[in-house]
Write a protein that binds this ligand. Structure first.
Ligand SMILES: Nc1ncnc2c1ncn2[C@@H]1O[C@H](COP(=O)(O)OP(=O)(O)OP(=O)(O)O)[C@@H](O)[C@H]1O
Length: 600
């Protein structure tokens, strides 16, 4: 089927084009393997030559070529040649394996880093639309699989091909009829391989889907271990993992069963070829049409030619998996970056004016979650965004950070459309604290300095103080050098938030973007943070999402969102006077409007 050809050929061809730097190493590896294979075949010829010496004496081929009469001397020469060939064979094998392995490791490394780098530039929406386990499976398993193919599969394909060619040449020189019989099995094996390859392809696709499923389930369960324990869901989760693992096992078993069925077929073909050489060659020798030495060479050669073909199934397996893996990695590399950086650099110093004009936004194919948003945050002012849960506050912040682009309208930063700005100008000017803050495994200092790796200890301490984090950091056993576990598990929610705030402040950004940055701290700590923040935001813009209205009552302007629309905007006093949604919310939070007395 010609239309199948490009898909079958493309991934490896693309690899060849993409990794041009490795071509000379590839050629070197092919040359070393070729030398090795030739040297590998020579001892068999030497066996024939030795038999020839013993049988024909001074008329032997060796005697004639070397001009040596004594059989003892002739055998001595053969031994010397054998030793030299052995040295060449050993050396070339060493060089070939070093080159193939180096090539495989090099491509593996480059590909993994390139794929990872591409993935981290893909927009958040892409990451949110697929399970992290599936991306991980490509970055890990597929890259490893490709390495195995380059390390083991590719040299095996080359060696089998060389084998066929070299042995074919010896047979062709000896007898056309024997060539025909010994090679008879090869087309059967090749056609069989192609048929099997077709059958295996969908089976390997199933294996892949199953393995991605398995790693997604495992990684999501390990992340959610506390929830599993809290809900005593261990047994249920074990069964779920067992089911996914079973699906993987079944997919693998189906693939292995098919590929293993290939070996008996190859064996029958080999038996036919070997029997033909043994019988027909023997009869020809008895009739005197074939030299005894040559007959013994051919019998050995048939073995050498045909037995490696039993591994064709395994090599095919590697090839098939390697090709599929290459296709997936290349597919990942081809996913377009839908939120690409612009090229305009902001004029310095950055002022920090943010403006949204007629913005409409939503996620993937879902409905709009923000409608006709017009909002101006002048440089240096603190603006708050409030509203009920799900009203679109975080979505709005995502647009300012340009995690997503709006469906309509524009977001401007210092008068420039954010789509035109380079990342350094835009995100480099923003200090962001997300709703669910993320800590990396490392020290407290590393985590605070994440956005400014070169910061001094004094600067880190100052930022920690600004986030009211100094007290608890100093109370930790190693202070700034205390270890923060993966995802910050060794810290309380409020501590994590304060470190995240310190991290944002250390960047000294023109605009602070805080998404419920103090929701997890107690009132007293919050008051301390507010005092620090008031200092920190005196000379910069701040956009603050908050549920606790007391934290934003001093904002220059408060925007009230409801179902993705701005329904009110003004200062705290103006909004209270207006007596709308904000005033109602305020009354609830300050206890002025308690429908029922609190129990207990
Ligand atoms: N990554 C996402 N993919 C799809 N839909 C999303 C995504 N994030 C948010 N939404 C949807 O967008 C709407 C607004 O969500 P958003 O997180 O902006 O609200 P919010 O006002 O910040 O809520 P909260 O106060 O609970 O944090 C919701 O309906 C939500 O389901």
């Amino acid at each position: 089927m010609p239309e199948d050809l490009p898909a079958a050929v493309q991934p490896l061809r693309s690899l060849w084009q993409r990794y041009g730097a490795y071509r000379s190493r590839f050629v070197g590896a092919v040359v070393a393997s070729t030398v090795n294979k030739v040297a590998d075949v020579v001892p068999e010829l030497l066996i024939g030559a030795a038999v020839d010496v013993v049988v024909r004496g001074d008329q032997s081929l060796v005697g004639e070529v070397l001009g040596v009469e004594s059989r003892f001397a002739q055998l001595g020469w053969l031994a010397v040649i054998n030793a030299v060939v052995w040295i060449i064979e050993s050396l070339s094998e060493y060089v070939a394996s070093v080159l193939w392995r180096g090539l495989a490791q090099g491509v593996e490394h480059d590909m993994r880093v390139e794929a990872y780098d591409h993935v981290q530039h893909l927009d958040l929406g892409w990451h949110e639309s697929r399970p992290a386990g599936s991306t991980l499976a490509t970055l890990n398993d597929d890259v490893n699989q490709l390495e195995r193919f380059l390390d083991v599969g590719a040299p095996a394909i080359l060696q089998t091909t060389l084998n066929v060619l070299l042995v074919g040449a010896v047979f062709a020189a000896a007898s056309g009829q024997l060539l025909l019989f010994a090679f008879l099995p090869i087309p059967v094996i090749v056609v069989g391989s192609l048929v099997f390859q077709r059958r295996l392809e969908p089976l390997y696709d199933r294996v892949r889907v199953a393995v991605a499923d398995l790693s997604s389930t495992l990684s999501s369960n390990i992340s959610g271990i506390a929830t599993i324990k809290a809900f005593t869901a261990e047994d249920r989760e074990r069964d779920r993992v067992a089911a996914v693992s079973q699906a993987y096992r079944e997919a693998n078993t189906a693939a292995i069963r098919s590929s293993a069925a290939f070996v008996p077929l190859v064996r029958v073909a080999i038996l036919t070829g070997f029997t033909c050489t043994l019988l027909l060659g023997g009869w020809a020798t008895l009739r005197g049409d074939l030299a005894i030495g040559l007959y013994s060479v051919l019998v050995f050669m048939t073995q050498r030619l045909l037995w490696p073909l039993t591994e064709v199934a395994e090599v095919l397996d590697l090839y098939q998996r390697g090709r599929a893996s290459a296709a997936r990695i290349l597919g990942l590399l081809e996913v377009p970056v839908t939120v690409p950086a612009g090229s305009t650099a902001l004029e310095r110093p950055v002022r920090g004016r943010v403006e949204l004009r007629g913005v409409r936004a939503g996620y993937a194919d879902g409905p709009d979650v923000l409608h006709a948003i017009d909002m101006v945050v002048p440089a240096g002012e603190t603006h708050a965004i409030v509203g009920s849960t799900g009203s679109g506050k975080s979505s709005l912040l995502r647009l300012v950070l340009r995690f997503d682009d709006p469906r309509a309208g524009t977001v401007h930063f210092d008068g420039q459309d954010v789509r035109d700005l380079d990342w350094d100008s835009l995100r480099g000017s923003l200090g962001y604290v997300a709703q669910d803050v993320f800590m990396f495994a490392g020290s407290v200092a590393d985590n605070i300095a994440y956005g400014r790796p070169g910061a001094t200890r004094e600067e880190i301490l100052a930022a920690a103080e600004g986030a009211a984090a100094l007290d608890f950091i100093e109370a930790m056993p190693d202070g700034l050098d205390s270890w923060v576990g993966e995802r910050g598990v060794t810290l309380s929610g409020g501590q994590r938030q304060r470190l995240a705030l310190a991290r944002a402040l250390l960047r000294d950004p023109a605009v602070l973007v805080l998404d419920e940055a103090t929701s997890a701290v107690d009132n007293e700590t919050e008051a301390a943070i507010q005092r620090s923040l008031r200092k920190a935001t005196a000379r910069r813009t701040a956009i603050v999402v908050a549920h606790r209205l007391s934290t934003v009552r001093h904002a220059h302007r408060i925007w009230v969102l409801d179902a993705g629309r701005v329904v009110e905007a003004g200062t705290h006093d103006q909004l209270l006077e207006h007596d709308g949604a904000y005033a109602a919310l305020w009354r609830v939070q300050t206890g002025e409007l308690t429908e029922q007395p609190q129990a207990g």
